[in-house]
Design a protein around this ligand. Structure first.
Ligand code: FE2
Length: 261
């Protein structure tokens, strides 16, 4: 076979393997037979076009990455705005929801949950009480002791109301489910759906522990917060009955890691 033809075939095989180089251009000079020259020129043009397309695709992927990042940022901003809206009605809620979100996210991370689930748990923690936004003012007023039955009726509706408020926000993923189930108990005596044990989503079991821990350790007008160690002890008393053992261990580990206990 003529050398230029053999060389052309070798170069085409290389290109077919995805190795683009300018070697083909060496066959476009006058000293090569015309058919080889024509094929080499066509190959050269084709490679330029393919490379331009690849560049365009890379740019598109980059743009998609940026858009994805923006969607995530906007999700977080929306969630924060909602949490602030609730805080405007209940001063105690402001720091509480942010702390529960942070703590629940760390616990999820400690339990080895993937990034996406961890983020949903964190957002679920921030939004867990969003259903309280429709509460009457009376329910936000500081008081001691048991709530009268009609108040209890209103209180137990807040997880369901929260899930309703969030129902069209697909970008929240499983967070909505965690909001709905954050007052369920392993023994089925929680509310609003009396779910039992593993029927309660893991993210909701995490938020439940973080929520109770924060409520116990925070000073409120009618209650002095207890120490983190005391709160862990109190929560442990209800391990496997009210709260999930693995979630309690995750809470303890996170508190130890951060030097809180
Ligand atoms: Fe709640």
């Amino acid at each position: 076979m003529l050398y230029p033809v053999k060389r052309l075939i070798e170069i085409i095989e290389e290109i077919a393997r995805g190795n683009y180089s300018n070697d083909v251009m060496s066959l476009t000079t006058e000293d090569n037979p015309e058919p080889v020259r024509n094929i080499a020129e066509a190959m050269g043009m084709m490679m330029v076009k393919v490379e331009a397309r690849e560049y365009e695709l890379e740019m598109m992927v980059e743009r998609l990455r940026e858009l994805n990042h923006m969607i995530k940022e906007n999700t977080i901003k929306t969630v924060s705005a909602m949490a602030h809206a609730l805080a405007a009605r209940d001063a105690y809620t402001e720091g509480h929801t942010a702390r529960v979100g942070e703590l629940a996210g760390r616990m999820a991370s400690h339990m080895g949950l993937d990034e996406e689930t961890k983020e949903s748990v964190r957002l679920g923690g921030i939004l867990h009480d969003i259903g309280k936004i429709g509460f009457s003012d009376l329910l936000f007023q500081a008081h001691e002791g048991r709530n009268p039955p009609d108040m209890v009726k209103e209180i137990v509706r807040h997880p369901g109301l929260g899930a309703d408020i969030l129902k069209d926000m697909d970008f929240l993923g499983t967070s909505r489910e965690y909001v709905h189930s954050h007052h369920e108990r392993l023994d089925g005596k929680g509310y609003p759906r009396k779910l039992k044990a593993k029927d309660i989503p893991l993210g909701a079991r995490i938020v439940a522990v973080a929520d109770s821990y924060d409520a116990m350790t925070t000073d409120r007008p009618y209650q002095k917060g207890i120490s983190p160690a005391a709160a862990i002890g109190k929560i442990r008393e209800h391990a496997g009955i009210r709260w999930d053992e693995a979630c309690i261990s995750a809470l303890q580990a996170v508190l130890e890691e951060t030097g809180v206990i």
